[in-house]
Design a protein around this ligand. Structure first.
Ligand code: FES
Length: 124
C-alpha cells in the first residue's frame, strides 16, 4: 500500500494526501483503498469493487442504497448527517443505527486515513 504523508500528525490524526479508507463488505471481507481527498466514500468504494454498495441514485442523496455503518473510532471524523440525509436514513433497507450514514455524503478528508465503514447487509 502506497500512502504519501504530506504533513505530520496533528491533534492525534495523521494527514495524508491519499488516506486509506477501510470497508468491511457484508460478510466481513476487508477492503483497504486509497481514497482521493474530496471524493465520496461511496464513489471510492464503488470504483474499487467493494461489494454491497448499490448507490442507485449515483450520489444524489435520494436512494439510501449506499448505507454504511461508520466504525466507532471513525465517528468523530464525521459530523451529524444534515436534514436531507437524516430523512433518507429513515428509509434504509437495513436497520438504521446511531452510526448509520449514507456513504455518498461522506467526503474524504486528509485526516481520514484509516476511516472505517461496514457496508450495510441489505440496500434494497
Ligand atoms: S448513492 Fe443514493 S443516497 Fe447515496
Amino acid at each position: 500500500m502506497n500512502t504519501h504523508a504530506t504533513e505530520s500528525a496533528t491533534a492525534g490524526s495523521t494527514l495524508v494526501a491519499a488516506p486509506t479508507i477501510r470497508y468491511y463488505a457484508p460478510g466481513g471481507v476487508l477492503f483497504e483503498i486509497e481514497g482521493r481527498i474530496g471524493d465520496s466514500v461511496m464513489e471510492t468504494g464503488v470504483k474499487n469493487g467493494v461489494p454491497g454498495i448499490v448507490a442507485e441514485c449515483g450520489g444524489a442523496c435520494s436512494c439510501a442504497t449506499c448505507h454504511v455503518y461508520v466504525d466507532e473510532a471513525s465517528l468523530e471524523l464525521v459530523g451529524a448527517p444534515d436534514d436531507l440525509e437524516d430523512d433518507m436514513l429513515e428509509g434504509t433497507a437495513s436497520e438504521r443505527l446511531p452510526n448509520s450514514r449514507l456513504s455518498c455524503q461522506l467526503r474524504i478528508q486528509a485526516d481520514f486515513n484509516g476511516f472505517t465503514v461496514h457496508v450495510a447487509p441489505e440496500q434494497i
